[in-house]
Write a protein that binds this ligand. Sequence first.
Ligand code: FES
Ligand SMILES: [Fe+2]
Length: 526
Amino acid sequence: MAEAIDHSVRTMDDAFSAMLDADTNAAHINPTLRRNSPLPPGPSLVPVARYTDRAYHELEKEKLWKKSWQVAAHEDDFAAVGDVVPYDITDMSFIIVRSGEDEYKAFYNACLHRGRKLREERARSLDELRCAFHGWAWNLDGSLKQIPCAYDFAGLKRDEESLPEVRLARWGRFIFINPDPDCAPLEEHLGDLGDNFAMLPYDRRYKMAHVAKVIRANWKTVQEAFMESYHVLMTHPQILTGGAHDLCTKYDAFGSYSRAIRCGALESEGMPSWEPVPGENGTTCLRHPLNGWVYERIADNVVQVTTPKGKTGKFTANGDWLEGELKDVNPHMCDWAGGGQLPADGPKPRGRDHAIPQEVRDKLGQNAHPRTLRAEMQRILLRDVIPSIADDIPDVELHSSIFFTVFPNWHPWGSFNSINYRFRPNGDNHEEAIMECMFLAPIPEDGDYTPVREIHWLEPDEDWTNAPELGMLAKVFNQDLRNLPHVFAGQKATARTHLRIGDYNELKLRHFHAHYEKALELADGM
Ligand code: FES
Ligand SMILES: [Fe+2]
């Protein structure tokens, strides 16, 4: 692996620190946000075979998935004692069982008779775990309950036929498992992760949404598309607000996890200002904030693009040219304007909104920074949900995207942003991944909430806006998913043996690969 040059790129530590000092609730800033924890520069060349070659998948099975703490379920998946949630990873399968009011157990999902999986799907309020093949049955605590025609199994010792258990540990209402009986405790793996969520620990969050989809790319290819904000510049330009990328996100690495804080709009990198566009609505008609080109949906699957100098062209929602002088435009902006749109009457969960009410603008004055406005709007909404702390929440926790990667595949966001991702191979297929997005929202203090207990599966080619419970994130995912199959195809087609990863903006990827190399015991250059 080639050595990277030490560029010492820490582009925004000082600007970020000054932003915290100016926060509306500076006295309540979480000290972890002030921690600067760089990852030493390099190595930043990653063998492309890690994504494409089956041999790595086989190695991951043995050295990663059989040895790692991984999120298997969440307490909200279980409504009652006897609820069962299967968790499949590569060719392994486990069941998580709520075996008591506040007790969970994890078992290998295989019958001790001839091996049938005990459950293929979630199950509710069972009083036993009975195999659907010949009917062997176990109690919820895993002890053997019944063997039909038991006389036929001479020598079988009942007390040796309990279901084999897997290490299980709980953190923040998540249920983790680790197939390695000799693994270090979960607490050791997570380290001081919890400090980052001091104001709203995960114990006080509930599952508000859970959407899953199979993506046709290796799980690492998919996960890495959600670990940096470098791609926002090209893939999601509509969410650039007031500042360009390299002064917007702070990246740090701590033990088994890495952290990004995308605060956006640091003053040192201003954006061009543009005249308002007639009819601009941010969805079907909007301006590219950097070059000023206007993208407008004029018919189903037809987007008209107009430059500030008046050149125009018509394109499909996929960015393919239809007619006009302009021949090439940003395809993701075409998707945003011309692709799937959220239903106007879609769900509006408590505590989530995107429009800044006039009363907030009036209160804070005309010159208030968009960050401050956004934070105050969120605070107002959260007063309805968590009144005891809403007014103390610092701006930074409300306007920023703070996103973590806990090795190997869990991505909790913090602290008042409810996003959580989990990525894994689709069964034993290393060329497909399962992507899951959960929203873990604050548990309302008045107790008025209903957790989501089932997963909303989308088909591999289904538009994310068919999951309106994700709000605008659904449209953002459509843009990401425009890239991913092509990223994986390019990884297979490349003439190069290695991918190149940025030292700072892709620090979280480097942190992942450093841990990956250690877990898989890879020799230099593999
Ligand atoms: S395989 Fe389960 S009872 Fe026979
Ligand atoms: Fe993205």
